[in-house]
Design a protein around this ligand. Structure first.
Ligand code: 13P
Length: 329
């Protein structure tokens, strides 16, 4: 366990964070299509290569979360992605949940699947070079109806079972209960839902004796819903986000990473800078960094468009964004 705690802490070297590149086949297909890029196994491999083989990413990245498909693939240099990342000091990780399905007890809510064959898959992923893992639960806010305590509890139970299995095989778990930015809710509502979601999660982790010191929490920022008509200032986001975390996250947790959730790259960067600054002034007990997918990839993807000739400029845009996000932490 000591090794796992040390690995969990080492994601937070100054200026470093995690790239979430674990889009499932379904999500990657939709993402690429939104940039006019048609998808295939080969195109998805090129997409990963664009980011993973950009020169100098190790200055900003301590880890990259892969999709299971990518864990077995090689880059254009002929090296397995996992091995070439590890050689550059970037931990390769893998998303291990199998996506969501409607929760039978409350069909407007989602529940994450993937526990059944998890031990077998974890053993495979470990052999394939994964050092850490991620499991995402999805929580939707809808007025005062959603989320229900029942759905929060069921998702928390599954996150806890996942974390236990992962720690048993000697990998680091990232727990991601994502409270969606989508909606018309107020920032105050997001704050109370995030506080409740995390409070539920950590009480279930405690019951199942998951070692807090060996886990990373991946969370959304506290924001007014994207359709609320309200644009929060970074100071408002920082105040409410840090307050929600201080209320619900045990101090032993190895660290907190943020998802970007559909914010623009600039918004995700500015809000993160305000959060880390405010957390420091409040003497928050955990290190904080980024674990973005969209906010880190968006600019590069819109330049790349699937064309080989656009790769150098697209990579430059990626590195520029990485440098900005790194400066924010
Ligand atoms: P975004 O940063 O695009 O929200 O993605 C992070 C993530 O890992 C979602 O599961």
């Amino acid at each position: 366990m000591t090794d796992l705690v040390a690995i969990a802490r080492s994601f937070f070297e100054p200026g470093k964070g995690i790239l979430a590149a674990d889009e499932s086949v379904h999500t990657a297909t939709a993402r690429l299509a939104s940039y006019g890029i048609s998808t295939s196994v080969e195109m998805r491999r090129q997409y990963r290569d664009l980011f993973f083989n950009a020169k100098g990413i190790e200055r900003y990245l301590s880890g990259i979360i892969l999709f299971s498909e990518t864990l077995l693939e090689k880059g254009n240099d002929g090296e397995l992605f996992s091995a070439s990342l590890a050689a550059r000091g970037i931990f390769p990780g893998v998303k291990v949940d199998l996506g969501t399905e409607p929760f039978s007890a409350s069909p407007d809510e989602l529940i994450t699947q993937g526990l059944l064959d998890l031990p077998t898959r974890l053993a495979e992923y470990k052999k394939q070079g994964a050092v850490f893992t991620k499991w995402r639960a999805v929580i939707r806010i809808d007025g005062d109806q959603l989320p229900t305590p029942m759905a929060l509890h069921e998702n928390a139970k599954r996150l806890a079972s996942y974390a236990k299995e992962v720690q048993t095989v000697g990998l680091v778990p990232i727990l991601e209960p994502e409270v969606l930015y989508k909606g018309t809710h107020s920032r105050q509502k997001a704050r109370s839902v995030i506080t409740e979601t995390l409070g539920t999660l950590f009480s279930v982790l405690e019951e199942q004796s998951v070692d807090h010191a060996g886990v990373l929490l991946k969370t959304a920022m506290v924001l007014s819903g994207d359709a609320s008509g309200k644009k929060d200032t970074p100071e408002e986001v920082a105040g409410d986000t840090v307050a929600a975390l201080m209320e619900s996250v045990p101090r032993q947790v190895a660290g907190i990473v943020f998802l970007s959730g559909g914010q623009t790259p600039d918004q995700a960067t500015e809000n993160l800078a305000a959060i880390t600054k405010y957390a420091k002034s409040m003497h928050a007990p955990w290190p904080i960094t980024f674990s973005y997918a969209r906010a880190l990839q968006e600019e590069a993807l819109s330049i790349w468009k699937g064309e080989e000739g656009n790769i150098p400029v697209a990579r430059e845009a990626f590195l520029t964004r990485l440098a900005k996000v790194s400066a924010a932490v």
